[in-house]
Design a protein around this ligand. Sequence first.
Ligand code: G6Q
Length: 548
Amino acid sequence: MTTTSAPSLTQRPTWQALQTHFVEIKDRHLRDLFAEDDHRGERFAVEDVGLYLDYSKNRVTAETIRLLIELAEDCSLRERIEAMFRGETINVTEHRSVLHVALRATRDEVFEVDGKNVVPEVHAVLDKMADFADRVRRGEWKGYTGRPIRAVVNIGIGGSDLGPVMAYEALKYYSDREITFRFVSNVDSTDFAEATRDLDPAETLFIISSKTFTTLETMTNAQTARDWSLRTLKDDQAVARHFVAVSTNAEEVSKFGIDTANMFEFWDWVGGRYSMDAAIGLSIMVAVGPDNFRSMLAGYHAMDLHFRTTPFERNLPVLMGLLTVWYNNFFDAQTVGVMPYEQYLKRFPAYLQQLTMESNGKHITLDGRLVDYQTGPIFWGEPGTNGQHSFYQLIHQGTKLIPCDFIGFMQTLNPIRDHHDLLMANVFAQTEALAFGKTADEVRAEGTPGWLVPHRTFEGNRPTNTILAERLTPEVLGSLIALYEHSVFTQGTIWNIDSFDQWGVELGKVLAKRIIPELEGRDEVPLSHDSSTNTLIKRYRAHRADTT
Ligand code: G6Q
């Protein structure tokens, strides 16, 4: 394990060298950096695994990249990557291996957890998923009354929801349009009610996706789904035809009444937010078919190999991760915007929010110390061009520095007239405008009256990455997700934190469990919270409608 008590990050000479370099470079403008080097746009670009990353519009020089890579080496990034791939227990606070890379391994590869090769199990589950998905898609998996399945509802939350929803939307073009797909996550009953209001229980299959099979929201929705099905189907035996489970917890699955033969397994070395490429992706596989799902895994795998073997100066996730550190820790940028110029990627920013923020929103180092530097930034975003007509104003002319990733494709999957050229013109125009801005002289030269000139001036120097791929295929989606996964890993390694635990979500869960009986018990249950929480609960008790 590589969790030795290293010097604090900010004490490292490699960090201090970056600090000195930052002072020299912070006021340099991208206009000057481009003027000094006619080939900057080609020099600061890398292409591999079907993705082209142009990072030239960042506030960096070759020296910055060199120093960032030195920092990465000093923080043992190379060794940490190997430790992950070797199945070491790098998730130290949960004492687990972190082997999502094994989920996309080819059949002949070997990934070991505690000396056991896990790849055969991975493929056994994938084969079982493929068999099930094919049967549903071909109409061979019949509901209790003998009718084929026409609707699939995934019930899960967090890592058991965001990946499936995002990938289902991303790959909708490749999906079977004869089957309706819905995703229920929120314990708010409206989510379930709206997702099922037009479905027929005799033709609806529920996939209960929960690693632990104890999550309050998912278990509540699963029970509601069971009631909803049985209200029409009227026989407990129907559960076996209309419910399957994705979980690590066979005992709880069985208690719920789902036959464990209809359970798709995964393992504790797969983190929730890294699990859509495991059985948690079952709904995606039913939607797009096993071949497309396997292509997606191949895309992930290609990026895994790239990450493991490519020198850092040409390593896409390493470069992106280091650039995030650069803005987060030296420019004090608080957020990162991710703007996919592809409608099918509309849920990608929401997915990335969990991947990035649940992974790197930590303030204690691997050796138990409080950090004295910033860790994970806030990730957010919207598909282009919509954002341009709302929040881009702040990115262009606000007081905050917001590095952004722009994601675009050479070809659309739905060519209509000149829409795609218009879309991509906006990608190039926005990144150009953000980098170069518009000087006061340029604004004046347009005849703008003097008092209006400052308002219409764009200072520029706003950094962006541009990520381009040929078209949105399952493979490209897999590579894109793995790109961000490994970028997150790179950042977490520099910050010396555990990117694979999530203790921060526990407290709220525990407190909610304590409050539930207090709401249901009305005035009989005494309250012992603070005066604000007590008053809010009393108010709710007084007005609540009893539906239990
Ligand atoms: C992800 C988190 C979390 C988890 C959900 C659902 O990394 O652990 O988002 O995925 O809390 O958990 P279950 O799958 O156990 O229901």
